[in-house]
Design a binder for this molecule. Structure first.
Ligand code: USQ
Length: 402
């Protein structure tokens, strides 16, 4: 099948492109390199060096003989999106191309506006391109488990059977997102649901948990195929950060008690989930939601796993929580749809953690410990960026400038 991957230069988009290409999909990727620009703005870098997209694609062709098409452009430009969809005519569009860091979206007004404009407008342009050009194209959209928040009831896969005053209906599961970024994904979900209901589009919203890991079978074939590995206080996600912190001898930065519980997924399972969703499309008019996570752990449990498995002493520091979130809560998530399609999950194992320690040790000389601590607080409407950031490049001035 022909699969177009939006955000195909990113942490997950790139490994997914290789995974699907290896399995016979005709793959094209689109990217505007915004993720690389955020690094310049924040003065940070992926711990594992990443090659330019052109090099990545050339190396893959040399190694496998497989071609990956490249489109460079911005999804907020509707003509670009329509032109690309018209020219490539995909069977499925996998949409990763969004600003994905909650702390980045909470820096201040400009960053919140940038996040929501970039994400919501980009996704709308994708929906319109599909509706106008070929409504049978299946949209596989990356959502987030954070759309649901942490309600005191079981979290279902997108929908909830509700009986109210004697009448029953199947309604969208209530959303209580915890950041301007997570809110942008809720807005996307509403727009996609509307497009399915109104124009008969077919879509799968993958509400993904926190991804950990850095290597897949395909990215390991050559260092120039590696994907990024973030550990800074803005883009680094919790378990990847804890691994890097352990290796650098930095205390593990547990926010508050560490009682927050989240869904997790291994990067290799992300790729397989995308394949399963793309190869088993939603029906015309169907808005399908899968919870893309394989297990739940509290932040304290994640820290503990790292303390137990890293061969050297590791300190844990409980920080004054920078985010507004429930410190302890009920968390029980239904996630059977992808298992029913055949997902065989890699649960968090000591072997996986050991391989991550090895990757981190290899690149530890590139780490900048000064970017580890959290700098963005949810209870401040305007977070002052450290000087080193203020001097950085602004990402896409036309969206975040006054
Ligand atoms: N946390 C710590 N210490 C840290 C970093 C994070 O205690 O050093 C805590 C946070 O307070 C939070 C949890 O760990 O309770 C997760 O934080 P995170 O930064 O790993 O993840 P999050 O901000 O939720 O966002 C990440 C991805 C996002 C994706 C989301 C899935 O960046 O794109 O949508 O995970 S989910 O968490 O299910 O919403």
């Amino acid at each position: 099948m022909r699969t177009l991957i939006l955000g195909g230069d990113g942490y997950l988009g790139w490994p997914t492109a290789l995974y699907l290409s290896e399995r016979g999909h005709e793959v094209a990727v689109a990217d505007n390199f915004l993720r690389r620009q955020y690094d310049h703005e924040l003065g940070v870098e992926s711990l594992v060096p990443i090659a330019p997209l052109r090099t990545r694609v050339d190396v893959w062709r040399e190694l496998t003989g497989r071609e990956i098409g490249v489109w460079v452009g911005d999804l907020t430009d509707g003509d670009f999106v329509a032109g690309m969809v018209e020219a490539f005519r995909p069977d499925a569009i996998v949409h990763y191309a969004e600003q994905r860091a909650a702390p980045y979206s909470m820096i201040d007004r400009q960053h919140a506006v940038h996040t929501q404009v970039n994400n919501v407008v980009g996704n709308l342009n994708v929906l319109y391109a599909i509706a106008e050009i070929d409504p049978s194209i299946h949209l596989v959209k990356l959502g987030t488990m954070g759309e649901y928040g942490t309600p005191n009831i079981d979290i279902e896969e997108g929908w909830l059977d509700v009986t109210h005053k004697g009448r029953t209906d199947r309604l969208p599961f209530p959303k209580q997102p915890g950041s301007m970024y997570h809110l942008s994904k809720v807005h996307d979900s509403h727009n996609i649901m509307f497009a399915c209901r109104t124009w008969g589009l077919r879509a799968t919203d993958l509400n993904q948990g926190i991804v950990y890991g850095q290597a897949t079978e395909e990215t390991m074939r050559d260092p120039r195929l590696a994907t990024r590995f973030d550990y800074d206080g803005v883009f680094g996600t919790v378990l990847n950060r804890f691994v890097v912190q352990a290796v650098l001898g930095h205390p593990l930065t547990v926010y508050g008690t560490g009682g927050q519980t989240r869904g997790l997924i291994d990067i290799r399972d992300t790729c397989e989930c995308i394949r399963l969703a793309a190869e088993n499309p939603a029906e015309p008019g169907e808005f399908r939601v899968f919870n893309q996570m394989t297990e739940s752990l509290s932040v304290a449990e994640m820290a503990d796993r790292v303390v137990q498995t890293y061969g050297k002493p590791v300190e844990v520091e409980h920080l004054d929580p920078p985010r507004t979130e429930k410190p302890e809560h009920y968390y029980n998530v239904a996630h059977t749809s992808l298992l029913e399609l055949g997902l065989q999950p890699h649960l968090l194992s000591d072997t996986l953690l050991e391989s991550l320690y090895a990757i981190t040790e290899e690149h530890a000389h590139r780490a900048d410990p000064s970017v580890i601590r959290p700098t963005v607080r949810w209870d401040r409407v305007r977070n002052a960026l450290p000087d080193r950031w203020a001097r950085g490049v602004q990402p896409r001035g036309r969206h975040i400038a006054d």
